[in-house]
Design a protein around this ligand. Structure first.
Ligand SMILES: Nc1ncnc2c1ncn2[C@@H]1O[C@H](COP(=O)(O)OP(=O)(O)OP(=O)(O)O)[C@@H](O)[C@H]1O
Ligand SMILES: O=P(O)(O)OC[C@H]1O[C@H](OP(=O)(O)OP(=O)(O)O)[C@H](O)[C@@H]1O
Ligand SMILES: [Mg+2]
Length: 285
């Protein structure tokens, strides 16, 4: 039986959460990461630990079948690859930044200036689309230092919390793109591997859905059940269980993490009491 070859970053920003996702999907990997190719016992999968920057090429060539990579890297490398599923971690953006003394946020500041970056293709395309002509200076890391050592007038790099920019006296002015970790696949996938990928994706979706949802239970006077139920964005209809105390019931349901506070206020207003919110481990719907 064939195995789905998945590439994962060997070390760096994506490593921990990529492995955690596999674990949450019930795919157990027992190895030290010095072993660069590892088979999984309980799923038809083979893991390859690679440098993030090499992964897009391997995907395009079909050397690996799927990979967990930053979306920004796929944009940068411009390879023929398909994004199958955003994964919700390693969220960041690729932005332009200038020394904090520069007062303008306007893109025209960069006209005729020098910009240091590790993402030349992304930057070049963005500048071309916005009719800015600038001198792109490629460096492979520590980009934020460039303006301080007189190497460039501004930079284009990854920003997440913004603390690297701040510590280096820089200020974010224009966001070029936003990114998160994604599961990407090669176009060269045969039928058998496509079936394995579907199985893997089914598990990933159950994990992601559970992460974005909460189990909610509350006590409600029986005459308020209708009103409270209406406020719940339920999967089908809420579970209603009578309490030992006459005239009261317990209502159980699932709500989206991002609607959480809004829904709680409404539930309280409609008569719900003793509201409990519980994390969900997996969710198959
Ligand atoms: N500060 C950050 N916060 C959130 N996500 C980030 C951050 N920096 C990078 N990322 C994301 O994680 C990915 C991997 O970044 P990382 O710095 O670990 O590797 P790299 O230096 O690009 O690659 P390599 O594995 O080739 O050395 C990036 O492509 C980006 O999508
Ligand atoms: O906005 P922040 O939260 O400060 O994150 C941004 C920083 O994170 C990344 O570097 P990383 O730490 O991955 O180092 P690297 O350049 O060696 O990859 C990126 O290149 C920025 O420098
Ligand atoms: Mg980095």
């Amino acid at each position: 039986m064939s195995k789905l070859k998945i590439a994962i970053q060997k070390s760096g920003r994506l490593y921990e959460e990529s492995l955690q996702l596999l674990k949450d999907c019930g795919i157990f990997v027992n190895n030290g990461k010095d072993q660069l190719k590892v088979s999984v016992e309980n799923f038809p999968m083979e893991i390859m630990y690679l440098r993030n920057s090499d992964i897009p090429q391997y995907l395009e060539d079909g050397v690996v079948d799927v990979a967990i990579v930053g979306e920004n890297l796929l944009v940068e490398k411009q390879k023929k690859i398909e994004i199958v599923q955003p994964l919700g971690f390693s969220k960041c953006r690729v932005s332009l930044a200038v020394p904090k003394e520069i007062e303008t946020d306007d893109l025209s500041y960069f006209q005729g200036r020098k910009i240091a970056t590790s993402y030349p293709n992304t930057l070049e395309k963005f500048l071309r689309e916005n009719k800015i002509s600038a001198d792109i200076h490629i460096i492979s890391g520590s980009v934020e230092i460039a303006p301080n050592i007189g190497l460039a007038d501004g930079i284009c790099d990854i920003v997440s919390s913004g603390s690297t920019l701040f510590k280096n006296g820089l200020r974010e002015t224009v966001t070029i793109l936003i990114s998160e970790a994604v599961l990407a696949k090669t176009f060269k996938l045969d039928e058998e591997k496509t079936r394995i990928l579907e199985k893997f994706l089914f598990r990933i979706k159950a994990v992601l859905k559970a992460k974005n949802s909460k189990y909610i239970l509350m006590n409600v006077p029986n005459d308020k059940i209708g009103e409270v139920s209406k406020a719940l964005p339920v999967l089908k209809s809420p579970t209603v269980i009578p309490l030992a105390e006459k005239g009261w019931s317990s209502i159980h349901s699932v709500i989206d993490e991002d609607r959480f506070w809004e829904v709680i206020d409404e539930l309280k207003d409609k008569g719900a009491q003793d509201i409990l919110i519980i994390p969900i481990d997996k969710m198959v719907i």
